[in-house]
Design a protein around this ligand. Structure first.
Ligand SMILES: [Zn+2]
Ligand SMILES: [Zn+2]
Length: 834
């Protein structure tokens, strides 16, 4: 008997698959197509560890399952290859970012090969190569034409360590998402994508994404942050200016006793110019600009403000109210100005107390609140505490007595009648800042001419190539500025001397459309062929980490919608189903090289083989949940494969095994084996289609093998039944452990790869047992258990009692009174006690 020589088996099959190009997908045959995709990785300098393996292994199991089901499956892979780590490594190690990146890609591809991944490498995309970023630039130009890419001066997030601006989505709790440094605000002119124009669609279309995890949709909803309210205009006293605020509480307008402008608000310097406060205001503004957003709006941030000396008129009652500037109001949110109602907002209340501003109550607490307060002896005084819950309007003239919701509507109506405001909706979502002052990215294809202003690079001149020889140390300015041959160019419009934009694009632009390029990866005429894209997309199954819930997944949805509106594709959501895998931990911590707790797949593969690595990764836990790595359990997975191998080898030695033959079940053990085989097919198929319950699918196969071990050693075991069972098991193992499955499959004399062997189908008639074991009671006490045919009636159970030794002792024709017969469940013989 041959031992399970996984090294030799795996080496041979990997080579065969490669030589025969078995993972190639013919895009010209879209009938029964299936597009499965794992988020493309960043080719970092580190080896992929076992924790990284999870989403790729899940993706590969999905791919192989759909192939076996007879689908034409596209399973491509590529690399998200621009970005800071390559540049930082280049600076630290003195290697060019391109060389470093391409070397890492080769190494990563080697790892994927070792793991037995079924990628169609013919479709590979690498975002840092000109044949890819040319089309990233082309997409930029399409957005520019539509007014969706624009340049503006704005207060933007600046990471002082990475020396580049960041998108709002890349700032987490006030710090740089990448390096954790608190982010500063800088007033810079930058390129933006107008994602806010799609806020409403990005929000409402989430409803259609039924096969996306609820938590991802919730995160996107919160990020887009739709709120309803009103815009209100406040006239500035003695000036010909109005300040517009957005408020979600227009009902409280009678209680607005001051207003606050963001220090960056353009009206601040305009309105204080020439006033006695001018200097003081300017120095306050400078002080706030130095604060990080965490210092300004974080939970423990100190509220700093200053009275500008200006007064505004509350439009609803004509009262004159002071205008402050304060750190907690950000220019990037709402209109950069707020009306403040200290009686009913905690932040406004704290600020009013600190600066001694008038407080006017306009909401009377609801009765049940007052009752509850009474019980505890709480006395409400609007001068001592803010009241932020529901109630009825007071001190508000025409709103008095109304509930909050009704008052909001009434006030919006009043504002519209008086032409001093209107009902409005606002979003938390800001436009996407896409320019970066770093080297390793796609150049923004724009040219600046003194005569013509900003002029787009004509499509025929794409790609704007990233020059190779650049001093790329970050200085806060784009390194491309120091390359005259790049900067100096002719204006495409007037032919005069002009300068290229030297900022590069955020790498999230590269990844916002890559799933489209896979179907046209070799196309040198177009970003993607619309016909092929419409046939193959949306992606049927997308797999990746939940950390991309907002950044990548929101940007991709946005770009897809833009491309649909441009008429280049006919779908407006890129990913039909989304699966987000849980994280793998070791010692309770996320596996990582820096924590020293990462498991190296190469070592595992050497010791147990790639099939064991794959099987264990899928068996570890429900795939959407976090899971703790356990070296001992890896051995368990290895033992299981050895058991499968040994059984198969043993059966191969039976002289009648090769012949096969009809699997005829005669005895009850025969029937049990057939039943288990078909139950296992049923279970594994259900688990693969209903939420990827790989772990329970594998458990079912383990149960089957245990039963087969018992059965094969019984003297009556029938080889054709064992043959059916083993063939089924091999096919079911195909998506999980493809090397050993192909080895066994081929030796069974099958001419195909397991990938193309078809998926077994269960026979529903065989799922159910035709016998059942039931307890037999006498006067309510269990005396014995018997196996009876399913559906037996009472007369038959009475007959059976007459012959069964264990029952005969207690039940006779003389003492029997009645039988309580619960069909297929139990029999209770009631007898007279003598
Ligand atoms: Zn940073
Ligand atoms: Zn010009």
């Amino acid at each position: 008997m041959e031992a399970y020589n996984f090294t030799e088996i795996e080496k041979r099959w990997k080579k065969t698959w490669k030589d025969k190009d078995v993972f190639a997908c013919d895009l010209s045959k879209p009938a029964k197509k299936y597009y499965t995709l794992v988020m493309f990785p960043y080719p970092s300098g580190d080896f992929l560890h076992a924790g990284h393996g999870r989403n790729y292994i899940i993706g590969d199991a999905v791919y192989r399952y759909f192939r076996a089901q007879g689908h034409n499956v596209l399973n491509p892979m590529g690399f998200d290859a621009f970005g800071l780590p390559a540049e930082n490594a280049a600076i630290n190690k003195g290697i060019h970012p391109e060389d470093w990146t391409l070397k890492n890609i080769e190494r990563m591809k080697g790892q994927f090969y070792d793991w037995g991944m079924g990628y169609d490498w013919d479709k590979e995309v690498v975002s840092c190569l000109p044949d890819y970023y040319r089309w990233t630039q082309w997409i930029f130009l399409r957005l520019y034409e539509k007014g969706l890419a624009y340049r503006k001066k704005a207060y933007v997030n600046w990471c002082p360590k990475d020396m580049t601006v960041l998108a709002n989505e890349q700032v987490v709790d006030g710090a740089c998402e990448r390096c954790g440094t608190p982010v500063e605000q800088k007033d810079l002119e930058q390129w933006f994508f107008k994602i806010t124009a799609y806020a409403d669609r990005l929000l409402t279309d989430l409803e259609r994404l039924e096969n996306w995890p609820e938590r991802v949709k919730t995160m996107q909803r919160n990020w887009i942050g739709r709120s309803e309210g009103a815009e209100v205009q406040f006239k500035v006293e003695g000036k010909n200016e109005t300040i517009t605020v957005f408020t979600t509480r227009p009902d409280t307008l009678f209680g607005a006793t001051y207003m606050v402008l963001a220090p960056e608000h353009p009206l601040v310097s305009a309105l204080t110019k020439g006033t006695p406060q001018e200097k003081e205001v300017a120095s306050f503004v400078n002080k706030i600009k130095k604060q990080s957003s965490l210092d300004r709006v974080g939970d423990n941030a100190e509220k700093l403000g200053m009275d500008t000396g200006l007064k505004a008129v509350n439009p609803v009652n004509g009262r004159s109210i002071p205008v402050y500037i304060a750190n907690y109001v950000m220019m990037e949110y709402g209109t950069g100005a707020i009306m403040a109602v200290p009686a009913h907002d905690t932040r406004d209340f704290d600020f009013a107390k600190k600066y001694n501003i008038h407080i006017v109550q306009v909401i009377e607490p609801a009765d049940e609140v007052k009752h509850a307060w009474k019980a505890t002896g709480h006395l409400y005084n609007p001068q001592d505490e803010p009241y932020t819950d529901d109630g009825k309007l007071v001190n508000s003239e025409f709103l008095n007595g109304l509930e909050v919701e009704a008052a909001k509507k009434r006030m919006a109506q009043w504002l519209e009648e008086k032409k001093t405001g209107k009902a409005a909706v606002t979003y938390r979502l800001r436009d996407w800042l896409i320019s970066r002052q770093r080297y390793w990215g796609a150049p923004i294809p724009m040219i600046n001419c003194d005569k013509c202003g900003w002029v787009p690079v004509p499509d025929k001149d794409l790609p704007v190539r990233l020059p190779r020889d650049v001093e790329f140390k970050p200085t806060g300015e784009s390194p491309l500025k120091s390359v005259p041959s790049f900067v100096k160019t002719a204006c495409p419009k007037c032919g005069g001397e002009a300068r290229r934009e030297t900022d590069t694009m955020d790498t999230f632009v590269d990844s916002s459309w890559y799933y489209l390029r896979y179907v046209s990866s070799k196309n040198s005429q177009q970003a993607f062929d619309s016909k092929v894209a419409n046939e193959w997309l949306p992606v049927d199954q997308y797999i990746g980490g939940v950390e991309h819930a907002i950044l990548h997944l929101l940007y991709s949805r946005f770009i897809t919608k833009v491309l649909k509106d441009l008429g280049t594709i006919n779908f407006d959501e890129p990913f039909r189903r989304l699966f987000t895998q849980g994280m793998i931990t070791k010692g309770g911590l996320k596996m990582s090289k820096s924590k020293g707790n990462s498991v190296q797949p190469d070592e595992l593969i050497q010791k147990y083989g790639a099939d064991t690595f794959r099987l264990y990764t899928l068996f570890i836990a429900p795939p959407e949940r976090d899971a703790e790595w356990d070296d001992r359990a890896v051995e368990g997975a290895f033992r299981f494969l050895n058991r499968v191998w040994k059984l198969y080898q043993e059966l191969m030695e039976r002289p009648d095994f090769a012949a096969g033959g009809e699997p005829q079940a005669v005895t009850e053990p025969d029937k049990e084996v057939r039943r288990k085989v078909h139950q296992t097919i049923h279970k594994v198929t259900q688990d693969m289609t209903g939420g990827f319950k790989f772990n329970t699918a594998i458990s079912a196969m383990m149960e089957l093998i245990n039963l087969l071990y018992d059965y094969k050693d019984s003297p009556d075991s029938k080889t054709p039944l064992l043959r059916e069972a083993v063939e089924t098991l091999i096919r079911l193992l195909g998506p999980f452990t493809p090397h050993v499955a192909d080895e066994m499959w081929s030796k069974l004399g099958k001419g195909t790869h397991i990938l193309e062997a078809g998926w077994p189908v269960h026979d529903p008639a065989l799922l159910k047992s035709d016998v059942v074991e039931i307890p037999i009671q006498v006067n309510g006490k269990v005396k014995t258990r018997v196996t009876v045919p399913v559906g037996l009636d009472e007369a038959a159970i009475r007959d059976m009692a007459k012959t069964n030794e264990n029952i005969k002792k207690f039940v006779t024709a003389e003492n029997i009174q009645k039988v309580i017969w619960v069909k297929d469940k139990l029999a209770n013989f009631i007898v007279k006690i003598t």
